[in-house]
Design a protein around this ligand. Structure first.
Ligand SMILES: [Zn+2]
Ligand SMILES: [Zn+2]
Length: 350
């Protein structure tokens, strides 16, 4: 009996010692991780196709107000010639309101990319309307025979219309197109090697940046994307001015351009328990950023099937990742990267 009691006591002593040691280890590890400042991962997004032809101006206001109130930063395109004419010239009452809100994007935390003027055929700036036929803008950026001056004049016109509309563009997005003519020509170009912009596009953008025509000296470009093979690539630079292809490493699960519930999945980004999803995956692999892309058709708060999912993702990020991530506009990401010559600037960002 006594022996048994002793054994129990001895066992308890070991147990208490083990608990004491684990508390010490817990406190020590807690202290050391506080001293070592963990680098934060950048969060951002590109939002394509934003125009009043898809949802009314109040939808844009709701989106921008939400971003501002929650400290969300990212990008939203403005397609000035979405209906064949420039919104900057004699806008109707809906367009006027839309532009009034779009002009508040930057102060709301949101960059404004040109997704080129029409997203379709080239715009005839002299006639003030879209060309009725001919090459689509996205494909035109890839044609090897277009001269840099032609691109520069075209981009310059878009910047001018932006300023007339009350804002300055801060970046550039490639408008995707799956029409028959584009698909056939893209296939031909791909057969000759990896698809790429005519280098004149980058030189023209740099040139205009150096004239301070953009809202930022360093221009982000949204070209292609990949969950695994993503990178930031300097395309042109001169002193403080530069052009960077900043690839998203997460896709659109907020309804895409079809505004379809089949492609709405907040868990793709971060699950309710905060344990998995692409944001967590990139965080765990030590990625400098997690940038995804979306489309105004699916995301807009008026009729987009992805709006609730977007808010859910933001709430989950706030709940599980506070202090581990930092929201940034794409233009601030490329500017920070260019100034620092790498990702070290992130530890300085709050
Ligand atoms: Zn688009
Ligand atoms: Zn096309």
């Amino acid at each position: 009996m006594i022996r048994i009691t002793n054994m129990i006591l001895a066992k308890n002593a070991y147990g208490i010692l083990a608990i004491f040691l684990s508390i010490c280890i817990f406190i020590l590890s807690g202290c050391s991780s506080q001293e070592k400042k963990e680098p934060k991962m950048i969060l951002s997004f590109y939002l394509d196709d934003t125009s009043p032809g898809i949802a009314g101006p109040e939808a844009l206001k709701t989106f921008l107000d939400y971003c501002k109130a929650n400290g969300i930063r990212g990008e939203s395109t403005v397609v000035l010639g979405y209906d064949g004419e420039s919104m900057a010239v004699e806008p109707d009452s809906i367009e006027k309101k839309f532009l009034e809100y779009a002009a508040k994007s930057y102060e709301s935390g949101i960059d404004t990319h040109m997704e080129i003027m029409t997203h379709h055929e080239l715009f005839d700036f002299e006639a003030g309307s879209i060309r009725e036929s001919g090459i689509h803008e996205g494909l035109w950026l890839h044609e090897p025979d277009v001269a840099e001056e032609i691109y520069r004049a075209y981009f310059s016109n878009i910047l001018e219309h932006g300023e007339k509309a009350g804002f300055r563009f801060t970046g550039f997005t490639w408008p995707g197109c799956g029409c028959e003519a584009c698909s056939a020509r893209y296939a031909e170009l791909r057969a000759e090697g990896p698809l790429k912009f005519n280098p004149g596009v980058f030189d023209a953008l740099l040139d205009l940046a150096m004239q301070d025509r953009f809202g930022t000296p360093v221009i982000p470009i949204f070209y292609e994307s990949s969950e695994t093979d993503y990178k930031i690539i300097q395309k042109a630079a001169d002193g403080e001015y530069a052009v960077y292809d900043l690839m998203p490493n997460a896709e659109d699960q907020m309804g895409i351009w079809d505004n379809t519930t089949d492609r709405v999945d907040p868990d793709y980004y971060i699950t309710e328990d905060g344990k998995s999803g692409i944001i967590m995956r990139h965080l765990e692999e030590g990625a400098p950023y997690c940038i995804w892309y979306m489309h105004w058709q699916g995301l807009n708060p008026e009729n987009g099937v992805g709006w609730e999912a977007f808010k859910t993702v933001v709430e989950r990020i706030e709940k599980h990742l506070s202090g581990r991530v930092v929201w940034m506009r794409p233009s601030d990401i490329v500017s920070g990267y260019h100034k620092a010559g790498g990702w070290d600037f992130v530890s300085e960002v709050d």
